[in-house]
Design a protein around this ligand. Structure first.
Ligand SMILES: Nc1nc2c(ncn2[C@@H]2O[C@H](COP(=O)(O)OP(=O)(O)OP(=O)(O)O)[C@@H](O)[C@H]2O)c(=O)[nH]1
Length: 353
């Protein structure tokens, strides 16, 4: 990045991807949870880096153009994006990506992009937009999704029932998160905090949960996650807690030895994610929001990783299994109407000894 030389005190970026692609972290969270406080904190901590902050705002009506406020090293300027459907997360897939790439052509490449969504945004379509483009030779790649929650009101938001059995935004934001920041812990007692943590883990036990006050956090823990890259899901904590609210969205994890049959696995995912042929024991469609798995293929010394966000999935051959390391097949599903027996049996049918 030639611009680096002009910026004093630039902290070296540890970018795990090859080339000089720019990571983008999506920051979601309910109104007033502490997203802006987090952004300001990151900018202060990362002073000297060229960090672009994009605010993805919903407007009233059907405006053709939406503004994108971009902050760089404390300096704020505004760009206009031409988005056909008016809002970044509802627009045609690569429009938002192109807009950011154009911006970088004009303003010079950023080191990092933080995209803050409004409180009611569903991170699923946004993740799909930036993740998919990684393969289309884009200048940017999705690093991860951070969801900021308000320790005082989160449980209340989780319980909100929407018409037509629609899953509320708070649950969606937690289900899709790679990191969940449990902010405003100063406003609750230990018992309420532990109840909330339990409920969050039941929805999404794949994420890292971090408690904060005024969103003060070790920035190194939330940036450069490479959550949509080749990181293996090996830091998984499996929740065994009982939910006190109806857990509409939950995590299920399965692990076994043996070897995966890739054709069978892909056919299972096609049926589950695309065709939506899988139903729970009550006849409801099993809806997967997020899935991640690591697999062992007979005769291959490398791990195979599969990731999915809603119906999009991707498989890659990644790092070597270590000498003497036990090769496993582990899969994590986060979604609605998760039927453990059905998913487990289908997963096991893709394994041979
Ligand atoms: N007590 C307490 N207040 C906090 C904490 N973090 C943030 N706040 C305050 O909560 C309010 C909302 O914080 P913001 O960072 O603006 O939240 P936001 O998610 O960006 O909110 P919107 O802009 O409405 O989406 C501000 O007045 C913050 O100062 C915290 O940990 N404890």
């Amino acid at each position: 990045m030639s611009d680096d030389e002009d910026i004093p005190n630039l902290v070296p970026i540890e970018n795990e991807r090859e080339g000089d692609k720019v990571p983008i972290t999506v920051i979601t969270g309910f109104l007033g949870s502490g997203k802006t406080t987090l952004l300001n904190y990151i900018l202060t901590e990362q002073h000297g880096r060229r960090i672009a902050v994009i605010l993805n705002e919903f407007g009233e009506g059907s405006a053709i153009e939406k503004s994108m406020s971009v902050g760089q090293s404390g300096e704020l300027f505004e760009e206009w994006l031409e988005l056909r459907n008016g809002c970044l997360c509802c627009s045609v897939k690569d429009v938002g990506v192109k807009a950011i790439e154009n911006l970088m052509k004009k303003k010079g490449k950023f080191d990092y992009i933080l995209l803050e969504t409004t409180g009611l945004a569903d991170p699923g379509p946004i993740a799909s937009m930036f993740w998919l483009d990684d393969e289309l030779c884009s200048d940017i790649y999705l690093d991860g999704i951070i969801t900021v929650t308000d320790a005082k009101y989160c449980l209340q938001h989780l319980k909100e029932v929407k018409p037509d059995n629609v899953i509320n935004e708070c649950i969606r934001q937690i289900a899709l998160a790679d990191v969940i920041i449990l902010n405003k812990t100063d406003l609750v007692d230990e018992v309420s905090l532990s109840e909330l943590k339990n409920e969050i883990k039941i929805i999404n036990s794949m994420s890292t949960l971090i408690e904060t006050q005024y969103s003060k956090i070790d920035v190194g823990v939330i940036l450069n996650l490479n959550a949509y890259g080749t990181n293996c899901p090996d830091t998984l904590t499996i929740s065994t807690g009982e939910s006190h609210i109806d857990p509409l969205v939950t995590t299920a994890t399965f692990e076994t030895g043996g070897y995966i049959n890739i054709e069978k696995l892909e056919s299972f995912f096609n049926d589950l994610l695309w065709e939506k042929n899988y139903k729970d024991s009550s006849g409801n469609i099993i809806e997967i929001y997020r899935m991640k798995g690591v697999f062992s293929v007979r005769g291959d010394g490398k791990r195979h990783i599969v990731q999915a966000v809603h119906e999009i999935f991707d498989r890659s051959r990644t790092s070597d299994w270590e000498e003497g390391e036990e090769k496993i097949n582990r899969i994590i599903f986060i979604g609605r109407n998760i039927d453990r027996t059905i998913l487990k049996n289908s997963f096991l049918s893709c394994i041979s000894d």
